[in-house]
Unconditional design. Structure first.
Lengths: 112, 114
């Protein structure tokens, strides 16, 4: 059973379009992180959200943590080819020493 | 960029042979992790370490062992490699091990078991 479900699995869009990817669970997370991974490299942390309802912005990326801390979304405005990559969410179920649970990821391709 | 290196970066081996992957950090971070990444499964934790000689199992630890004799090095050993262990392996480090801490990932090792 996958504890963190990400959707969509794949997304192919044109430059300038907006998009939203989702990370959902039936469990409550004490915190949730979003990573971006480019081909042939390791994931890089984008943001950490810890409070239900929290919204964080990173340039054209907007991250939201659900009020019940069971879901999160990542919205990209005016996508650019440089946004291409695998977006992963990772959550902490334990609240103690961090044993992260990763979703399977959303693979995004932005065409020029 | 955090100072994390993995070696080798690519390896092809045969079923039944032992394989050791090395992760080296220059950040003096306490926590180190080994993950594997497979299509359709995402990143799964194999083992992690919370200090020298202190290690614990992750979600998919069967067939793997680890050792950490120095702060900077975390070794992952496949005692007898199987084709199901063909994967990309990532090492990560974290300063405090808390859920709000940043995990820094290495560049990965692509392992093929024939």
């Amino acid at each position: 059973t996958q504890l963190l479900e990400q959707s969509p699995q794949f997304l192919s869009i044109q430059e300038g379009e907006n998009l939203t990817v989702y990370c959902n669970s039936s469990s409550v997370f004490s915190s949730l992180q979003w990573y971006r991974q480019e081909p042939g490299e390791g994931p890089v942390l984008l943001v950490t959200v810890v409070t239900g309802g929290e919204v964080k912005k990173l340039k054209r990326l907007t991250f939201q943590f659900g009020d019940a801390r069971k879901d999160s979304s990542l919205h990209i405005t005016a996508a650019q080819p440089g946004d291409t990559g695998l977006y992963l969410c990772a959550g902490d179920l334990t609240g103690g020493s961090y044993i992260p649970t990763f979703g399977r990821g959303t693979s995004l391709i932005v065409h020029p | 960029d955090a100072g994390i290196t993995q070696s080798p970066r690519h390896k092809v081996t045969e079923t039944g042979t032992p394989v050791t992957l090395r992760c080296h950090q220059t950040e003096n971070h306490r926590y180190m992790y080994w993950y594997r990444q497979d299509p359709g499964h995402g990143l799964r934790l194999i083992h992690y370490s919370y200090g020298v000689k202190d290690t614990d199992k992750g979600e998919v630890s069967d067939g793997y062992s680890v050792s950490r004799s120095k702060t900077e090095d975390f070794l992952l050993t496949l005692e007898s490699a199987t084709s199901s262990q063909t994967s990309v392996y990532f090492c990560a480090i974290s300063e405090s091990g808390s859920s709000t801490d940043t995990q820094y990932f290495g560049p990965g090792t692509r392992l093929t078991v024939l």
